[in-house]
Design a binder for this molecule. Structure first.
Ligand code: ACO
Length: 323
């Protein structure tokens, strides 16, 4: 049977680092409040030239470099983003062009913070059915462009960045010790729209709009609901929390992450945390965290890795990957 094996990983962050103290000069907040409630200490924010596709291209180039592959080797580009450069064409096609890829298909996928998990699940279907051979899955965001910088309850939480992986279809025995995506489990429920949304768009105000959030409700839903997809993913892959080497959740908030890990019986030392450095980068947060844990030597070939996220909609999902 075909498996989608991770053969490269890369990321890109804007050069500009903004600390909590920097933000406190702009809005009525403090380092102490932000760290205590969220675990965030700093975030990277894009300058004008660093668009979502620019960051996405940089992350994808790094992933291709690690894989030792060139543009001619990729026949699928999926970009998970909620902050595209334009309404259309898709950011994925801009990344495709930026990389010099002229074959195959490229499209954006919008599931907000769960976008990367949705992207991996989607690419996996293409690869394991033989519809594509090598896929680039990118999570790229510039949430700084949809933040209301007057609203201290939201603007302190987010950052910009991009991450990417290359997945390659390989023949395997189909066991849980074979490398590749073992399973992915997705959910959504559109009844929760008002909890987390952007108050603009072509069909409403005609402007881009700003992110709006009911923080407490999102927190409650996040901790309450991630466990069901994670338990599904463990069950479907025949793996357990004990076997897991690394838990790489969407990086929204340290308290959400630790509460979820505790609830699932995942030891704290297996949890990869980057929210302190990156803030919440939505669809980019998981591949940014994967790349950080790859580069610092934590995630190694053969390790069992769980990725998990919840985002606006709500949308949520989890995937188990033998790295
Ligand atoms: N600085 C200082 N004070 C603030 C700030 C700030 N940046 N923001 C809010 N406050 C104040 C509020 O005004 C309020 O003051 P009051 O008590 O005088 O009214 C007080 O702090 C408490 O506000 P709450 O909103 O109740 O604070 P809470 O403890 O719920 O923490 C937070 C807020 C961090 C947003 C929390 O609800 C949370 O983490 N929610 C999850 C949301 C999330 O992570 N979303 C990310 C996007 S979704 C996703 O990625 C899954």
């Amino acid at each position: 049977a075909l498996r989608s094996v991770v053969v490269g990983c890369g990321s890109a962050l804007p050069a500009r680092v903004v600390t909590n103290d920097d933000l406190a000069q702009r809005v009525d907040t403090s380092d102490e409040w932000i760290v205590q409630r969220t675990g965030i200490r700093q975030r990277h924010l894009a300058d004008e030239s660093e668009t979502t596709s620019v960051l996405g291209v940089r992350a994808a180039q790094a992933a291709l470099g690690e894989a030792g592959l060139g543009p001619e080797d990729i026949d699928l580009v999926i970009c998970a983003t909620s902050t595209p450069d334009h309404t259309f064409p898709s950011t994925a096609t801009q990344i495709q062009a930026g990389l010099g890829i002229h074959q195959g298909a490229a499209f954006d996928l919008q599931a907000v913070c769960a976008g990367f998990v949705y992207g991996v699940a989607t690419a996996d279907k293409f690869l394991t059915t033989g519809a594509a051979r090598r896929a680039l899955v990118v999570g790229a965001e510039t949430f700084s462009r949809i933040l209301d910088w007057e609203d201290r309850t939201t603007c302190v939480l987010f950052g910009d960045g991009a991450g990417a992986i290359v997945l390659e279809a390989r023949e395997g025995a189909g066991t849980k010790s074979d490398r590749g995506v073992l399973t992915a489990s997705l959910r959504s429920d559109g009844r929760h729209r008002s909890k987390l949304y952007v108050d603009g768009g072509p069909g409403s105000t005609g402007t881009t709009g700003f992110l709006r959030m009911e923080g407490r409700d999102v927190f409650r839903f996040a901790v309450g609901s991630v466990t069901d997809v994670i338990e599904d993913a463990f069950r479907a892959s025949g793996t357990t929390a004990e076997e897991l080497n690394w838990f790489v959740p969407h990086q929204a908030n340290r308290r959400i992450i630790e509460a979820s890990a505790d609830k699932l019986g995942i030891a704290r030392e297996k949890v990869v945390l980057t929210v302190d450095r990156h803030g919440n980068t939505s669809a980019a947060s998981i591949p940014l965290a994967l790349d950080a844990a790859r580069k610092d030597g934590r995630i190694r070939e053969g390790d069992l890795v769980m990725i998990e996220a919840i985002g606006g909609g709500f949308t949520w999902g989890a995937a188990v990957i033998r790295w």
